[in-house]
Design a protein around this ligand. Structure first.
Ligand code: AMP
Ligand code: ZN
Length: 458
């Protein structure tokens, strides 16, 4: 199978071939851990988790190294700690825990490495020293800066010319840098702020150098794939490239991938605009994690995705249909666990999740019409294996339909049992009455050879 990926750096969709198929490397910029992730922040980890799943399928589970970092030192974190009057680590560890719980709810696999910036400061200092020695960085009282003039290639990812970069690059406290586009590698220590000793003066790292250093520490370079949201192309990824390539004289990453924005009413979801909703709020409203994940994968990753309740309702209905097919085949033992090639080809075409979702739907249809035991077993195996690659259909089908009823599920169990008893006693009037009552609660009862089960009506 040939994997094709869009590369922001070359502006083309290209055949993907890792440098070493037994050691495929991917890095995705992770969260700045100062407050809860919103559903827009969840798009990159869900998109790249799907790619991680695909890469593991193609190259083998142990062959893919995927690092996603925690930015646990940053202006916003320092401000939050001062405002709340608590130590920084108290905030960052709590937010990290919440992030991991949210990711687990969205069926995001744990990356193979989750480096924290604060635990890699030594590597950042070493990288900065190298840049100073190379003449690509300079030391002034406010900190250490990368000199864009020293990098003839600067701007190659975003396509911005250096002349365009002068406007809007003013940052408070950086009056002593030489060129408006130069960016901080190291910020000199200020009273009350966290600081580390360094040969060029005590201080703390800038955001961009954190990722460059963690990539090198965890994976080496060049890595095969570097990912993140489209807003990170400039300046963050441009600066990661400049730092790493000037320090090491080799490319940082071969393929650069960027997901489009998640929007609400066509406006980017962002903390600063305030139009945010978090995965946990949606889960508190009764939406299941898989429904949220499905919604996030319903558009191609490069395209914008407008978020609303309709999208969630449609996603739930699609998943209900798949779980309905799985429920009907619950007693069938699978003999294979291999996604069919049409499904794989959809994903391999630049992670075309809408096409993969259409294939998954077709697999549910095939499962619904399968009659022979061997066909049923094959259909179920294909459906579940394809679901696994998308990170859905991981729930037990009966549990899936119960879950959205919360505490009412036990009551429904009781009504279903009463109906089974009424039928056994040939009290059909009572059994029909109970069926109607269940229907009024949005429950559909399915009578099978091994008893009665129920599901949410779709
Ligand atoms: P931040 O916490 O703002 O640094 O963002 C963490 C990650 O979420 C980055 O990869 C961003 O590109 C991404 N991101 C932030 N907002 C959105 C959005 N509305 N849609 C898609 N991705 C986003
Ligand atoms: Zn980064």
């Amino acid at each position: 199978m040939e994997l094709q990926l869009s590369n922001t750096l070359t502006r083309r969709k290209e055949r993907f071939a890792p440098a070493d198929p037994s050691r495929v490397t991917m890095y995705v910029c992770g969260p700045t851990v100062y407050n809860l992730a919103h559903i827009g922040n969840a798009r990159p980890p869900v998109v790249f988790d799907t790619l991680f799943r695909l890469l593991r399928h193609v190259y083998g589970e142990g062959a893919v190294l995927y690092a996603r970092n925690y930015t646990d030192i940053d202006d916003k974190i320092i401000t939050a700690a001062i405002e709340r009057g608590v130590p920084i680590a108290e905030i960052t560890r709590a937010v990290e825990g919440a992030y991991e719980a949210d990711m687990a709810a969205l069926n995001v696999l744990t990356p193979t490495a989750r480096p924290r910036a604060t635990e890699n400061v030594g590597a950042m200092i070493a990288l900065i020293e190298k840049l100073i020695a190379n003449g690509a960085a300079y030391v002034v009282p406010s900190g250490v800066y990368f000199s864009v003039a020293a990098d003839a290639d600067y701007g190659k990812l975003s396509g911005r010319a250096q002349d365009d970069l002068k406007a809007g690059a003013r940052v408070d406290g950086e009056d002593d840098k030489r060129h408006p586009s130069d960016f901080a590698l190291w910020k000199s220590a200020k009273p009350g702020e966290p600081q580390w000793e360094a040969p060029f003066g005590a201080g703390r790292p800038g955001w961009h150098i954190e990722c460059s250093a963690m990539i090198e520490e965890e994976l080496g370079s060049p890595i095969d794939i570097h990912g993140g949201g489209v807003d990170l192309i400039f300046p963050h990824h441009e600066n990661e490239i400049a730092q790493s390539e000037c320090a090491h004289g080799r490319p940082l990453a071969r393929v650069w991938m960027h997901n489009g924005f998640l929007t609400m009413d066509r406006e980017k979801m962002s903390k600063s605009i305030g139009n945010i909703i978090t995965p946990r709020e949606l889960i508190e409203q009764g939406w299941q994690g898989e429904t949220i994940r499905w919604a996030l994968l319903s558009a191609h990753y490069k395209a914008p995705l407008d978020w609303n309740d309709d999208l969630l309702r449609q996603s739930q209905a699609s998943l209900d249909r798949l779980y309905g097919a799985a429920l009907r085949l619950r007693d069938v033992e699978i003999t294979n666990f291999e996604p069919p090639s049409a499904f794989l080809e959809a994903l391999a075409d630049d992670l075309n999740t809408p096409a993969a979702i259409a294939e998954l739907s077709a697999l549910a249809t095939a499962a619904n019409v399968a009659a022979k035991p061997a066909d049923k077993a094959k259909a179920k195996g294909e459906l579940l294996a394809a679901g696994y690659l998308l990170g859905v259909l991981l729930d037990d089908p009966e549990h899936w339909f119960r879950a959205s009823f919360g505490e009412a599920a036990a009551e429904i169990d009781k009504l279903v049992a009463e109906r089974v008893a009424a039928r056994a006693a040939k009290n059909y009037a009572e059994s029909d009455r109970l069926r109607d009552e269940l229907a009024a609660r949005g429950v559909e009862v399915m009578d099978g050879t091994s008893g009665s089960t129920w599901r949410r009506k779709t």
